[in-house]
Design a protein around this ligand. Sequence first.
Ligand code: SF4
Length: 279
Amino acid sequence: MSDAIDHDTIVTAIVDILKEAETILPQDVVDSIKKAASEETSPVAKEQLEAILKNIEIAGSRKVPICQDTGILIFFVELGRKAVIDCNIEEAILEGVRVATDIIPLRPNAVDPISRSNSGNNTGSGIPDIKYELVEGSSIKITVAPKGAGSENMSAIKMFNPTEKDRIRNFVLETVMNAGGKPCPPIVVGVGIGGSFDKAARLAKSALLEKIDEMDEEEMKLLEDINSLGIGPMGLGGRTTALATHIKKAHCHTASLPVAVNIQCWANRHASVTLGGDQ
Ligand code: SF4
């Protein structure tokens, strides 16, 4: 049997993946921005994309956050059914967040929703948001996705009448159009279709973790439609409004059709670690 995963191991791992997520963009995201920069015909759009790439390079080499908005922290925990865990995972994640906030450092973003008083360490009631999923195996995989408010604020959800499936595409396009330059395009668009009110939002959020260039025909078509809006990098016009769209679906009630659109900025940050088991 493999060694139990303890508190300190999780705390250290959380600090490490937060440091990685906040300072280094996943290579597939960087590659897609580079590709967009090489294909842009508008000089202003090209300039914006090149400035973003320079920003990414400086953050990586100086090991500083890619953006001043270090986000609200979302964790996805895949718990192996046979993993041996010798601590309270949630307490260990929270401690990792507090340590990372102090040493990276991260801007403290977590506030009480009404009083707006800041906890000072990126933790608070229900935050960070930790989503658990039971999977096969004896390891645990933890992914962190720091989510900036500029893009999160432009996301939307709608409970359609089940007969309105033909309106989904327009709802996505309207959401992107209303967002304009506010979510720091080029964006990644996560679409959740089905489930329930909250499940659709969770599907849309987890869609943002998909590999940028792994899109099926439906997703490619939606991306083409979004890019024909002409919003462009930072909203200054151009052919690159979005880098990718990812759609996730779930069965829903026969009387429902929930659709969520989660918008992510170019800083599509996430990093993962696997602990325990046979890695
Ligand atoms: S939307 Fe993204 S790139 Fe823009 S300020 Fe927020 S985190 Fe930074």
